[in-house]
Design a protein around this ligand. Sequence first.
Ligand code: PNW
Length: 470
Amino acid sequence: DDRLPPASHTMFPKGFKFGASTAAYQVEGGWNADGKGPSIWDDYLHKHPDFIKNRNNGDVADDSYHLYKDDVKAIKEIGFQTYRFSISWPRVLPTGRTNQVNQPGIDYYMNVIDELLANGIEPVVALYHWDLPVPLQDIGGWLNPDIADLFTEYADLMFKTYGDKVKWWITINEAQSVAGGYGGGNAAPALNLHGTGDYLAGHNLLRAHGKAYRMYQQKYSHQGGKISMAFCGAPCFPTTQSPEDIAAADRCFQFSFGWFAHPVLRGDYPPIMREYIDRNSKAEGRNVSRLPYFTDEEIREINGTVDWFGLNYYTAYWGKEGAVGANPSTDRDSNVNKYFDPNWPSTASSWLKVIPQGLRLALQKLRQEYGNIPIIVTENGYPDNGDKDEKRIGYFETHLAEIRAAIYEDGINVTGYCLWSIIDNFEWRDGYTVKFGLVEVDFDSPNKTRTLKKSAYWFQNYMAMHKLIQ
Ligand code: PNW
């Protein structure tokens, strides 16, 4: 209503959307229900149960495969406008390929989407949140260049099936974490090919994303959807204002966010990655760089393939110059020594210290590097062991304040926020011991009873008060 004076900066701008996120393997369960094929997480955890705290796995998880209506009910009750979830590739395509479509899997996501829309909640759908079909890992997974076409065929089927109803798409959630499954030992397929497998996987992730985006433009642009990746990383504050520390903090960004964002927004890898990895590769006596080269055609195909920027933010570091980490590795290649401030509050996750200013830093850096692209925070949340829900409230409150500062003081185009997560779920290596949910789940009860936490009511009230309605 333009008869009113503008609202103060405690309010979010008109049209700003709030939502909550999950991922298929972390909540669905039903790991072999109704014709679903195994994913690399099913397979890896069945073979290596000790990989996860208390030997837990995602076989049943929150049983959202059967209980998704309870999830939608909670989302609705708290008052979110969007729900971000992922599709399990092997649930819809058990072989990974389109030669065999699993109709119950297709129906499941259609039901979820219809339930959301019937409740006035907009779906934001990720095509890949780490659960590759096993038959595709058997041909090398993301190391095999053919994966780009296979992913595009899968994406084609998803756009064709759901694209009338879904307008917000994420191709890959956290390509950097996916690559980490090849370069490290913390996520399936845990190949630990550090400094080589991660770059190769990353290369094919970018090729896959680019191809899928172009295919959408050619075949489905009439659907009017908007596509992104969800990018992750933890930005670095320079330890001092020395040119060395400032350059180190920049490399911290370029080797995490930049690795995937630069190719899709500026074309090709960040020049500093190219320079450092080529130089290190040479010094190691290799005649081929560990960071693969794109052809000119690939650079063109990949450049300009995000309509918005999905940002997953949890934590940040101090950064200074220094070669640390395995040799070779992306960490060592970056020549940044990243460390936590001992004064930043700890959480139940050792990799996550609370530093809300890091979110504004990441947003500022994104604007500086890639211009004023619309940004949606696609993940942000606080882990505990089920006892300190007040701290979760503080985490959201401070991070949302940083977003408003970025919007009003820095003029950054942040248009939405999806917290992690609507419900307690399978937190990868920490199993069910680490909880991110606004909604508690009784994993021992047969119907996985969902109960709203204090932070859920806090969020309900926060949105009611801070969302501009006019
Ligand atoms: C995310 N970092 O991973 C994942 O997308 C979720 O599946 C997961 O449950 C959530 O975080 C909480 O762990 C991350 O670089 C990967 O700071 C990397 C970072 C943060 C989160």
